[in-house]
Design a protein. Sequence first.
Length: 96
Amino acid sequence: MNSPEGDVETLRRGADPLAEGDRPVGAPRVDVLSAREVPLGGPRAMRVRRTLPQRTRTLVGAWCFADHYGPLEVATSGGMVMSPHPHTGLQTVSWL
């Protein structure tokens, strides 16, 4: 693949497809962020893999969460139930 973004396998390995010396001036840099496991929902928490927010990405604040969860059997797990955020009333939006 000859795109500045590189191929998916290169990105999965965490390698930047363009070495710093090969990057054209102004070309975007690709950073692959690792997720961390986070419990949501109290004592019987559903565990999610959270990519954002991260301390190394200070321009993306606590208002933006990128979580991956599942696959889970909703009949067994009860699904994901999220209350409104206690300070700002934010709501969770899920793409399935």
